[in-house]
Design a protein around this ligand. Structure first.
Ligand SMILES: NC(=O)c1ccc[n+]([C@@H]2O[C@H](COP(=O)([O-])OP(=O)(O)OC[C@H]3O[C@@H](n4cnc5c(N)ncnc54)[C@H](OP(=O)(O)O)[C@@H]3O)[C@@H](O)[C@H]2O)c1
Length: 226
């Protein structure tokens, strides 16, 4: 079996490439643009693990990957993309449906937010003297562990919807922000953001969480200090 990993240079994709023997990373930097439809010949493989992403073109990218008709397409999606009406989540859900209806054998894994995403969020928020944090909970997972899981799924027969993958602990965003500040030696006053609207309500209701699937091992604090 040979493997292609779209988005193989990204936060997640690089771990999949590292865990899959002989896997070829494919993205714009290697000459393949899934939105413009250029360099698509590089997608030819038995198994495509699709980790490339674009906030506005998720469905178009999935279509380009499906057109290469792999024997097995492994797609990474997001826990709660069917609950939280964020435009990006709607696209993830639409891409899932496109894959399910395509006739291409598939495996879809939904994961919670990655540790690296929380770090990016807190890094930019901590540039302000009063650090804004969302007033809801996260269940962050280590993207290296998700990468290992995707690599295992890619080497197994197509499984359809795989069991979700969530991080080991569920806490308020403010708790994770405090861990981040402590690890970086920064001091900021936290300001909890409460926003009206359906998206915020869905997050507050825990739509982004999967408490029964807290299977990730590495905590946010271990990630920060590791
Ligand atoms: N981040 C999270 O918390 C999280 C949680 C659950 C699921 N996910 C899912 O995990 C996947 C990977 O996320 P990530 O955080 O690893 O993303 P990332 O670090 O932003 O990486 C995105 C990758 O996509 C490639 N890419 C972007 N535009 C492209 C295009 N037009 N054509 C081909 N390749 C393109 C990029 O490489 P080039 O720039 O070289 O093109 C890069 O390798 C996404 O599907 C996301 O929805 C993420």
């Amino acid at each position: 079996m040979n493997f292609v990993v779209t988005g193989g240079s990204g936060a997640l994709g690089r771990h999949v490439v590292a865990a899959l023997p002989g896997a070829r990373p494919v993205s714009r930097s290697s000459g393949t643009d899934l939105v413009r439809g250029t360099g698509l010949g590089a997608l030819r493989a038995d198994v495509v693990v699709h980790c490339a992403t674009s906030f506005r073109h998720e469905v178009r990218m999935a279509r380009a990957v499906l057109d290469s008709r792999p024997s097995h397409l492994v797609y990474i999606s997001i826990v709660g993309c069917n609950e939280v009406p964020l435009p990006y989540y709607r696209q993830k859900l639409a891409a899932e449906r496109l894959i399910i209806d395509s006739g291409v054998p598939y495996t879809i894994l939904r994961a919670t937010q990655f540790h690296s995403l929380l770090c990016k969020m807190f890094e930019s928020a901590s540039k302000l003297p009063w650090m804004p944090v969302p007033g809801f909970r996260f269940q962050p997972v280590d993207e290296a562990e998700v990468g290992l899981e995707l690599a295992a799924l890619a080497q197994a027969p197509p499984a359809g919807k795989a069991p979700e993958m969530g991080g080991p602990e569920i806490r308020e965003a403010a708790d994770f922000a405090r861990m981040y500040l402590a690890a970086k030696g920064k001091h900021r006053r936290l300001v909890e953001l409460k926003v009206p609207g359906a998206t915020y309500r869905a997050y507050r209701a825990g739509g982004n969480l999967t408490p029964d699937r807290a299977v990730g091992q590495r905590t946010f604090s271990a990630y920060l200090n590791g």
